[in-house]
Design a protein around this ligand. Structure first.
Ligand SMILES: Nc1ncnc2c1ncn2[C@@H]1O[C@H](COP(=O)(O)OP(=O)(O)OP(=O)(O)O)[C@@H](O)[C@H]1O
Ligand SMILES: [Mg+2]
Length: 377
């Protein structure tokens, strides 16, 4: 539905080599919600604005629904109003002097061909109904809560019945509880209408929760792409692993590889890593572990358990993070039980989960992923 090929954007005045978008190839499937996820400044908004036609690319093509809407090499540029898109920004930009329904009708007034007034109103009411705001049509727009205003912005983006919905951090102005509810609503509306959607966020939880596909970006590039489960469980790149909260990394050497997996040793400690297809004995590797991938106990239940001492703990409401010192390494371990009552200096034993270890050759930063991980495109 959307196809970006070799897309490059450099803002005027920026140094050569400092491209905001630096050669992006990307396809977004029909009816799918694809998320662009990455840190501030990685080029997410710029990519979205290039799809919308709010920026002009320096090179590369943008296709929407099989039509090339931008190709500077051939002098093609179709303006934003003539692209089949609806867009919602972080600041939802509701017109304060209009009612809710007038806000939603507004894009129809400027679209070509312009529908008749009765028709425009009918379509605006349908869009409001789709976002659950049919009863609020005649209210002055400012007399709505933040979440409701964001839904008006969504209805306004949907009113032209676009083929593509573009959402740029639409939830970041909302408080935490409302964010979660709005996130679910956006996903519900998107699935109900089956509308192809590109959703921009720097929040990994949000990205994993709503997406069919997650595209991880850094420095104007696509780092990797996959379904949420694959990106979360087996990131193929160190950047993704760290960005998705894999906070523990241990440098080690592969001792042996057998049917059960690879045994990696870290000085006196060692562990079995079951997911390790392209790994060979003798190789230097980094093993990444999530905080929840360890069993922590006061007593030693197995000879392989690693002894360590508690440095400090952090309480999160539903879990505790214990920072455990093992020689030179400090590991973060998450425990979803009542407070185990551990304090600074207490001796504990850690058992790492062999299935959760992500092994990457130390030099390249690319993961050795199991063959059955769903393919990235
Ligand atoms: N109008 C502009 N003029 C010059 N440079 C810009 C402009 N807009 C963005 N940039 C630069 O381009 C790069 C990419 O910016 P972009 O807004 O696409 O990032 P982003 O991923 O959306 O970040 P954030 O999460 O902070 O919104 C950044 O280095 C930014 O400073
Ligand atoms: Mg942005």
């Amino acid at each position: 539905m959307i196809k970006l090929t070799g897309l490059v954007k450099r803002y005027p005045g920026r140094a050569v080599g400092a491209n905001a978008v630096d050669g992006i190839d990307l396809e977004v499937g029909e009816g799918k919600l694809t998320t662009l996820l990455g840190p501030s400044g990685c080029g997410k908004t710029t990519t979205l604005r290039l799809i919308a036609g709010l920026e002009r690319a320096d090179a590369g093509t943008v296709e929407i629904g099989g039509q090339v809407v931008s190709d500077p090499a051939r002098g093609i540029f179709i303006g934003p109003h003539r692209r089949p898109i609806g867009i919602v920004f972080q600041s939802y930009a509701i017109w304060p002097h209009m009612t809710v329904v007038e806000n939603v009708m507004f894009p129809l007034k400027v679209s070509r061909p312009r529908p008749r007034k009765g028709e425009a109103r009918k379509r605006a009411l349908e869009a409001l109904d789709a976002v659950g705001l049919a009863d609020f049509a005649e209210r002055p727009a400012p007399a709505l809560s933040g979440g409701q205003q964001q839904r008006v912005a969504l209805a306004r983006a949907l009113v032209r019945e676009p083929k593509v919905l573009l959402l740029d951090e639409p939830l970041s102005n909302l408080d935490k509880g409302l964010r979660g509810r709005m996130r679910d609503e956006i996903r519900a509306v998107q699935q109900r209408l089956g509308i192809t959607t590109v959703f921009v966020t720097h929040d990994q939880d949000e990205a994993l929760a709503v997406s069919d596909d997650v595209v991880v970006m850094n420095g104007g590039h696509v780092v990797e792409r996959g379904i949420p489960h694959a990106i979360y469980t087996y990131p193929r790149d160190m950047f993704t692993a760290r960005f998705l909260g894999v906070s523990n990394s241990l440098d080690g050497v592969v001792e042996s590889v057998g049917p059960e997996g690879a045994t990696v040793s870290f000085g006196k400690r060692s562990m079995l890593c079951s997911q390790c297809e392209a790994i060979e004995a003798g190789q230097t590797v980094s093993v990444f572990m999530r905080p929840e991938s360890f069993k922590l106990s006061r007593r030693q239940h197995s000879d392989e358990a690693w002894p360590g001492t508690i440095e400090f703990s952090i309480y999160h409401g539903d879990c505790w993070d214990y920072h455990v010192r093992l020689g030179d390494d400090l590991l973060k371990v998450r425990v979803y039980r009542e407070k185990v009552g551990l304090e600074h200096g207490d001796l504990v034993f850690l058992e790492p989960d062999p299935d959760s270890a992500i092994v990457m050759p130390a030099a390249t930063g690319m993961a050795a992923t199991p063959a059955e991980v769903p393919a990235t495109t």
